[in-house]
Design a protein around this ligand. Structure first.
Ligand SMILES: Nc1nc2c(ncn2[C@@H]2O[C@H](COP(=O)(O)OP(=O)(O)OP(=O)(O)O)[C@@H](O)[C@H]2O)c(=O)[nH]1
Ligand SMILES: [Mg+2]
Length: 303
């Protein structure tokens, strides 16, 4: 990678993206990278792990850490999610605290900003979803935000519509330490294709079901077999839920829902790995897995 000649030393560092659930953190990460590294749904608490995404610019490597939405935990899984978010924030050199322009500054946002303040890191406040508000509303909100904390920048954006992301990318490097790149410049995430495939299946299962189901779905890979002579990957995975009634919802009448989840997931996984995929899905019940340490670590949820 080029060291930026004449404009000072190469900069590299970690940028923690934190905020309440559903404010658009993962949408922002994907938009910044131009790659789908994090799954996105319209339900809160979609992201459960730290999702790393790397963006390289001349003279700079930015390593973004997308995190689970910070909320009041009701289960061990939720505790792990919140711990993961704060741990990533502590590991970061710079913080992006994301809020939702429509909802404004909520009590939970204030609590998050208070804790972030104690970390004493350069913190940018990102006001997302500005495509959904009128200019005067945004200006009032920006004024309120600037009185809350000494943010190094206030940046209104629309992650969905890629608005103002160029500005954000220009602003960040000045807050990163000088130092060499941590990752090779052709790498954009540290996630394995296998993990990303399970996340894609979880995304489709959440989007195809309703009610409480988003929170109880976990996906585990059973098999991943590459037939190199045919450019085909055979994948088998299990969708876990907590109750038999939830299992019936995921399967759907005549297995239609599960088939649709499988079809949509297969298309996305094929795009990810650039190979044909044969995807087999099962649904199993594992009661109260969200409070079961063994099950949590089996699914890869550890703080
Ligand atoms: N209108 C609009 N919607 C957005 C924008 N950014 C994200 N969204 C939507 O907001 C919802 C939540 O987006 P996510 O990116 O999953 O939010 P998140 O903060 O990662 O959520 P958690 O992982 O649950 O913490 C999705 O339906 C997105 O399409 C935006 O700029 N404008
Ligand atoms: Mg997310």
């Amino acid at each position: 990678m080029d060291q930026s000649a004449g404009t000072g030393q190469f900069r590299s560092g970690y940028i923690g993206i934190v905020g309440r659930p559903n404010v658009g953190k993962s949408t922002l990460l994907n938009a910044l990278l131009g790659e789908k590294v994090a799954i996105i749904t319209n339900r809160p608490q979609t992201t459960r792990t730290r999702i790393l995404g790397i963006k390289n610019l001349p003279g700079c490597q930015m390593i973004f850490l997308d995190t689970p939405g910070i909320h009041k935990p009701m289960s061990r899984l939720n505790e792990i999610m919140v711990e993961t978010a704060w741990k990533s924030a502590k590991d970061a050199d710079v913080l992006l605290v994301v809020i939702d322009a429509v909802e404004g500054i909520t009590r939970d946002d204030r609590e998050i900003i208070d804790i972030a303040r104690e970390l004493e890191k350069p913190t940018l406040l990102i006001i997302n979803k500005v495509d959904l508000v009128h200019k005067p509303t945004l200006l009032t909100l920006m004024k309120k935000c600037s009185e809350l904390h000494d943010f190094v920048q206030l940046v209104p954006i629309s992650a969905l519509r890629f608005e103002n992301l160029d500005l954000l990318v220009k602003l960040i490097p000045q807050y990163l330490p000088e130092g060499p790149a941590y990752f090779p410049d052709d790498q954009f995430t540290d996630q394995t294709e296998r993990f990303m495939a399970t996340e894609i299946i979880r995304e489709k299962a959440i989007l195809q079901t309703h009610q409480e189901l988003p929170y109880v779905i976990a996906v585990e890979l059973e098999n991943w077999h590459e037939e190199s002579d045919r450019d085909l990957v055979n994948i088998a995975a299990v969708i876990y839920v907590e109750k038999d009634s939830q299992k019936a919802i995921v399967i759907g009448s005549g297995g239609l829902k599960l088939r649709e989840i499988g079809r949509l997931a297969r298309l996305d996984i094929e795009k990810l790995i650039h190979k044909k995929v044969f995807l087999e899905l099962w649904v199993k019940e594992k009661g109260s897995w969200r409070d079961d340490e063994r099950a949590l670590s089996q699914f890869g949820y550890e703080a």
